[in-house]
Ligand binder design. Sequence first.
Ligand code: NDP
Length: 331
Amino acid sequence: MENSFKAIVINKSDNTPYCAKLDTVSLNSLPDNDVKIKVLYSTLNYKDGLAITGKGPVVRSFPMVPGIDLVGEVTSSANAEFKAGDTVVLNGFGVGEKHWGGLAEQASLSADWLIPMPNELTAKQTMQIGTAGYTAMLSVIALEKQGITPESGDILVTGANGGVGSFAIYLLNKLGFNVVAVTGRPEQSDYLTKLGAKQILHRDEFSNPGKPLAKERFAAAIDSVGSHTLANICASLKYGGVVTACGLAQGMDLPASVAPFILRGVSLIGIDSVMRPKADRIEAWDRLSKLVSVDYLDTISNEINLTEVLSSADELMAGNIRGRVVVNCQS
Ligand code: NDP
């Protein structure tokens, strides 16, 4: 094995302004974790875009290798759970924020953060799904655990053209739910219909301050937007309705009233994918591996290599990318 590897490296110090570049790094510089990995694929998530461009306070220490998710082959392991040759998946756990991440040819990670890659998927397919698909699956499972079924009624999905929203529409439709998509890009309606949306609403209907209680319309919702949108969803759920909240694309605030909770028994379920226990991760990836068809993955993703990551991060932050960006870390 060579004694250096390529990685996107973010630096900042008293003398150096915030800067990300493709660099060559000594293998000896890898963090001292128990599983060493040859990274096969990573992805560009919104959080990676913030980290690379410096537009959000994602990176907690420098130098940092970004990349919050990856699939890789174990090259050596000091932990009995994994051995050389195993293919593993990583989502979250502060990787790419406070631990060196996936946008590199090599990584060194804790066995506690890793799960085996599902047998039914290839490394590329697993990252085509990535953290967005995994978070959407966790959201769908949360609705199921609250007793929501296709017979319950319509399910609203916000941020429909985003990574989480697109996967949520696709997965819910596959499971037989009637999906209503909310988007600010109605010109993408054909794409959303192909994913499985049966009705498409404009996001303006939800994004402004609304009443504490509105007409009961939806049995459940998967929200990645927050703010007034989430407040209006709570107000529009039917008696006993459920909404999952995973994101803040509109805002971090939640300007809601307690009326839907105390008068209609509505439930608001928080979804965190980053620190999720291993058993939940394995359940979600197992469900994804059985539900997602390969054809779908090819229509929603675009492959790049490490040399294209910086320009793609700029495009992502400019809102010019639809679907998932998969990074081949060995090409
Ligand atoms: P994307 O950027 O891919 O998608 C976000 C979507 O939200 C956009 O495509 C857009 O959809 C919609 N949107 C954007 N701006 C606004 C706005 N001002 N008001 C209403 N809708 C808006 O992000 P992801 O899908 O990857 O992630 C979505 C959110 O979930 C992010 O906040 C992310 O940080 C969070 N997240 C949280 C996780 C967790 O563990 N809790 C894990 C993964 C993501 P459209 O064009 O259709 O309107």
